[in-house]
Design a protein around this ligand. Structure first.
Ligand SMILES: *Cc1c(COP(=O)(O)O)cnc(C)c1O
Length: 282
């Protein structure tokens, strides 16, 4: 898989190198980390002769977008349970075009997404479907993400950086990183501290840290500074980031270098994809 090297004067002055693992180029539609989270879930559904896949997400969900396309490819029906008000946007129209059935529920209903009773109701309503948690965050998802680092010459790096939503990708990376490496996870939500607890449930390792201050106001929020940063990287390095996850990670990485908290390191950052979500910016 392709790795792109980023060059600029900040990296030079801090004696850092920065490579990006381009999971965004994995597939035109199922881009980035979402494929790794889905592959073993899909395998399970096929082995168990399931009729389809059901999962959860917001109206701009990269996960549902990937799930819809993957379902079409593997001839599995798909159902997306959407949080909040019904909107018509590019993400959901792609999902529908690829055959996903959309069910919008209220935000308070959506909060029950892990309650056993609610899940039972859904299995009654959609018999024969494999239910995958929001963001593909389950053991199969983590197992798939543990394969991401098979695609790089791992011992070339000191630091591995990744954007964090549910933490499944980060947990998988952690399981496959070398013990001397340090993992930095940049949380995309406001108050992302609780995610450390989630990750600790899956690992005893201590060579990792979540950086929670680069959320830019919250999940899927942005500000002119972040958008300018994205434009600059596009102009200087021909590198397109998504504003929800990867731009916040890269902004954070450079900011840590500026602050003197990161120097003399060979950094591998994971470009987890998500570019389809940028269509909501226009
Ligand atoms: C979903 C997503 C993430 C977060 O992945 P988690 O496994 O939920 O932490 C990061 N980057 C992009 C581009 C994503 O779409």
């Amino acid at each position: 898989m392709k790795v792109s090297s980023v060059h600029n004067s900040l990296l030079n002055s801090k004696h850092c190198s920065l490579d990006l693992l381009r999971l965004d180029q994995l597939h035109p539609e199922i881009s980035g980390n979402k494929w790794f989270k889905l592959k073993y879930n899909i395998e399970q559904a096929l082995n168990e002769n399931k009729k389809g896949l059901l999962s959860f997400g917001g109206a701009y969900s990269n996960h549902l977008h990937a799930l819809a396309f993957a379902g079409k490819e593997f001839s599995l029906e798909t159902v997306g349970i959407i949080r909040g008000e019904k909107v018509i946007n590019d993400t959901l129209s792609d999902c529908e075009r690829w055959g996903m059935k959309l069910h919008t529920i209220t935000r308070s209903e959506y909060r029950q997404k892990y309650e056993p009773e609610f899940l039972h109701q859904l299995s009654d309503q959609f018999p024969g479907y494999l239910i995958i948690p929001e963001g593909g965050n389950n053991e199969a998802g983590i197992r798939g993400c543990a394969e991401i680092l098979n695609h790089v010459a791992l011992n070339r790096y000191d630091i591995i950086a990744c954007a964090v939503g549910t933490g499944a990708t980060f947990t998988g990376l952690l399981q496959s990183a070398l013990p001397q490496q340090k993992l930095l996870g940049f949380t995309a939500v406001k108050n992302g501290g609780y995610l450390s607890e989630e990750i600790r449930k899956h690992t005893q390792q201590t060579n990792w840290e979540l950086i929670t201050e680069y959320h830019f106001g919250g999940f899927a929020k942005s500000d002119p500074g972040l958008l300018r940063f994205m434009q600059q990287l596009k102009a200087d390095n021909d590198l397109q980031l998504d504003f929800i996850y990867t731009a916040k990670m890269m902004f954070g990485l450079f900011d840590l270098m500026k602050n003197g908290q990161l120097s003399n390191q060979r950094v591998l950052a994971i470009h987890t994809g998500g570019l389809q979500g940028n269509r909501s910016l226009i």
